[in-house]
Design a protein around this ligand. Structure first.
Ligand code: ZN
Length: 622
């Protein structure tokens, strides 16, 4: 039926229409999605392009330059203080990787100690310390909607090393963000922008802008779509540096001063501390109590300084009539050896009566005297044979060969020459019964001519008669011992008589030389056990007898020596009172030297052969 057919046709139309509508809506939604996607990508690309290309390319000095936010960026901001003191953990990261967690204290200790040139700090956790000014610059990441994803704050310590880098930089000291937001609000209002109702709140609450510091001011790139009606653009606003007056500091000296002041504050107040101190290592002297301050001079190790005041880190010292500063760590209360001395710390003994010199120079002023056996503290030795000692709370200098690490015996033994070669053969010639003004002096002439030494066992009685000869013996480096006062056979004497001989002899040597001797040769070599117990000296006999007293013949004397094969360590007996002996010595001395022998004193022979001379003990050779 047609009517029915008509109705059916209508139903079909409605159905088709509905299908069309669904398809249309679907198509519309698809197109919308694609559009949104394109828009989104376009926005993202635009933002990225803007940030990466435009915002990072700024006019510097009228020329376009790429500014890379790298660690070497010359742009920095300073955060001098924190308002939130409760957070004390700081994360150091680099390229989103946490390198180290720091407590606030350890971070700034590390900054202060210059262990880290750069401190890269995640902004979310960043807090500048209360007590230090750190330098930082900010790296911001903004997403496609122009919202800040994150900011990285790169900081570095301000020190002399960084000064050059920071020379042309603009540096904030204080809350720059407040100034930027206030400036933006003012800028949008005054320039007739149609603003959203909540624009102030948005600007204040969100850091949805990016800024960089240029030579022409702070340039802010602001995502305007939440602030300005119908705006989808980033807006670039330049804020002149004048706006930051009071919190921006482009004067590096001021910044260093602020840094120094904060550090100085931590170092504590200077209090009176008047004393002398010594420089431990070669050190700097500063004009101010800061390592960043001007260097006045350097002082070498061992320098004595007059300290007037100190705090925890620095001491104020007088230096060439000026007051300057030095690190406490460079100073010592103890006397420190001068820089050319090798440090030591030991007790040493004077081996003779010696003068202590003011400087390392034999001609310098004498600051004191030591007697034989006096103990003194040695703090340094030099390669050229000097010792630095502490004397009367000050420094003194003594030739090292006049000092001994072991306490000298009760008696004088003469200087042990440092010129002896212990590895080379040596022999000691000894002369008894002198001094004799003629033959003794001839023997001394020969010894002196060949720069050789010997030992003279002199009689006290003759010492009294010819003191100048004995003095000469010692003066040319020979050793002097006693042969008693009057040449008795000690084995026949009582204790009192022996002591009388010794006392008279000692008096004679004291008078002639200023000191007693340290060796004895008993007449005839005689010393029985009782005599030995009576003698306060080592007893020196011989193992080569020239029989010069008997032959009185030069060739016979020489023959006695020549018949001994090896003379190393031997003691040769001669007498200084015969001209024939003096004749023989003129031949013997050069002959022995030519054979390779070193002519040494008895004490030297004992010393270099490793013997310790002991009183009452008889020695024949070493
Ligand atoms: Zn004799």
């Amino acid at each position: 039926m047609p009517k029915h057919k008509k109705k059916s046709k209508l139903k079909k139309s409605v159905k088709a229409l509905l299908i069309c509508l669904v398809v249309f809506i679907g198509l519309f939604l698809s197109i919308l999605l694609v559009y949104k996607h394109i828009q989104s990508n376009k926005m993202k690309n635009t933002v990225e392009k803007y940030i990466k290309k435009q915002s990072l390319t700024q006019e510097l000095d009228g020329k376009k330059k790429d500014i890379n936010f790298s660690l070497n960026s010359p742009y920095y901001a300073i955060y001098p203080n924190t308002k939130n003191k409760s957070i004390d953990k700081i994360f150091i990261d680099y390229k989103n990787k946490i390198i180290k967690n720091y407590s606030k204290k350890s971070l700034f200790d590390s900054i202060k100690n210059n262990n880290y040139k750069y401190q890269i700090i995640n902004y979310e956790n960043f807090l500048a310390p209360d007590d230090i000014i750190s330098v930082a610059y900010i790296e911001s990441n903004i997403n496609s909607k122009g919202t800040l994803i994150n900011e990285n704050v790169y900081t570095l310590n301000i020190g002399l090393k960084e000064k050059e880098k920071l020379k042309d930089s603009y540096i904030f000291v204080g809350n720059y963000k407040e100034i930027i937001t206030n400036y933006l609000i003012k800028y949008f209002e005054e320039n007739g922008y149609k603003l959203n109702k909540n624009y102030k709140k948005v600007i204040n609450s969100k850091y949805n802008y990016k800024y960089i510091l240029t030579n022409n001011g702070v340039v802010v790139y602001f995502n305007s779509n939440e602030v300005i009606k119908n705006s989808k653009k980033f807006i670039k606003v330049s804020i002149p540096y004048e706006e930051f007056n009071g919190i921006m500091n482009i004067n590096l000296e001021n910044i260093n001063k602020k840094y120094d002041d904060s550090v100085k504050l931590e170092y504590g107040k200077f209090t009176k501390n008047e004393k002398f101190m010594y420089v431990k290592i070669n050190s700097n002297l500063y004009k101010e109590n800061s390592k960043n301050s001007k260097l006045v001079s350097t002082v070498s190790k061992g320098t004595k300084l007059n300290v007037t005041e100190s705090n925890k880190v620095f001491s104020k010292v007088k230096y060439k009539d000026k007051l300057v500063y030095i690190l406490n760590s460079s100073l010592s209360d103890e006397i420190i050896a001068d820089s050319e001395f090798t440090d030591c710390n030991e007790d040493v003994y004077a081996i003779d009566k010696i003068e202590i010199k003011k400087s390392k120079d034999e001609n310098s002023e004498s600051v004191g005297t030591l007697n034989r056996k006096d103990k003194i503290k040695r703090i340094g030795t030099s390669d050229d044979g000097w010792s630095e000692v502490v004397y009367n709370d000050d420094k003194g200098f003594i030739k090292s060969n006049l000092l001994s690490l072991t306490e000298p015996s009760d008696f004088y033994r003469g200087n042990i020459s440092a010129n002896v070669n212990p590895g080379k053969a040596m022999v000691a010639i000894t002369f008894d019964d002198g001094p004799n003004p003629s033959s003794s002096n001839r023997i001394l002439d020969t010894l002196q001519k060949y720069n050789a030494v010997a030992t003279f066992f002199d009689l006290g009685k003759l010492v009294n008669s010819y003191p100048d000869v004995v003095k000469r013996e010692e003066a040319i480096g020979c050793e002097v011992g006693t042969h008693t006062h009057t040449h008795p056979n000690l084995n026949n004497l009582s204790a009192e008589a022996i002591q009388g001989e010794l006392a008279n002899s000692k008096e004679a040597f004291m008078k002639a030389l200023g000191h007693d001797v340290s060796l004895i040769r008993p007449p005839y070599g005689n010393a029985n056990d009782f005599v030995k117990s009576q003698l306060p000296y080592p007893i020196i006999n011989w193992n080569v007898d020239t029989l010069d007293w008997k032959s009185r013949n030069k060739d016979a004397i020489l023959a006695e020596v020549r018949k001994v094969g090896n003379l190393d360590g031997k003691i040769i007996l001669m007498h200084s009172i015969y001209e024939t002996t003096a004749d023989a010595v003129e031949v013997l001395v050069p002959e022995l030297i030519n054979q390779g022998y070193q002519l040494v004193t008895v004490s030297e022979l004992a010393y270099y052969k490793g013997a310790t001379l002991t009183k009452g003990v008889k020695y024949f050779g070493f």
